[in-house]
Design a protein around this ligand. Structure first.
Ligand code: FES
Length: 179
């Protein structure tokens, strides 16, 4: 049978057998292997995903019953972390609200520097499953390390400490880039 799902915000389609589990469809048909096979009996939670916002064990869920439903897998978390890193990069390097004589002078996005595709390096997200710690968020939590990391990289490359944000709203100062 033909199955259509919305997975992590994208419409995905697959040809499935009527008895395929959602876990099988995610891993084998949609190549979303972040969802793991553990016990296969609904006990361990390794296969947990969200269906319309509700956490379920995908190993015990018949996929054919989910036509048109919204599925969220662990890969969505990677997207959240990547987005947070790009957002942190903008705040660290460029983004700043400018005033002149008490008036806002860059109140439009055409005047407000945000990260562009060319600014973003390849990002590899590594999720560490620390079940001994309570959840600490993911959507914006990764932002906190970005500015220090960039500041340290600039220091390593130039010998100059840039200690206020944004660090380089107009690009690196010539005296810095020549060091
Ligand atoms: S694989 Fe263990 S609960 Fe699904």
């Amino acid at each position: 049978m033909h199955l259509t799902l919305r997975v992590n915000g994208t419409v995905r389609q697959a040809e499935i057998a009527s008895d395929d589990s959602l876990l099988t469809v995610l891993r084998d048909s949609l190549d979303l292997t972040g969802t793991k096979y553990g016990c296969g009996e609904g006990q361990c939670g390794a296969c947990t995903v969200r269906v319309d916002g509700q956490a379920i064990r995908s190993c015990r869920q018949n996929a054919s019953l989910l036509q048109g439903r919204t599925i969220t897998t662990i890969e969505a978390l990677e997207n959240q972390v990547s987005g947070a890193i790009v957002q942190g990069l903008g705040g660290a390097l460029f983004e700043g609200i400018d005033f002149e004589n008490g008036r806002l002078v860059n109140g439009r996005f055409s005047e407000y520097r945000v990260p562009r595709f060319a600014d973003v390096p390849p990002i590899e997200v590594v999720l560490i499953d620390r079940r001994d710690l309570p959840p600490a968020g993911a959507g914006e939590t990764p932002i906190v390390g970005i500015a220090p990391a960039i500041g340290n990289a600039i220091f390593d490359a130039t010998g100059v400490h840039l200690r206020s944000l944004p660090m380089v709203p107009q690009g690196l100062p010539p005296s810095t880039s020549q060091v």
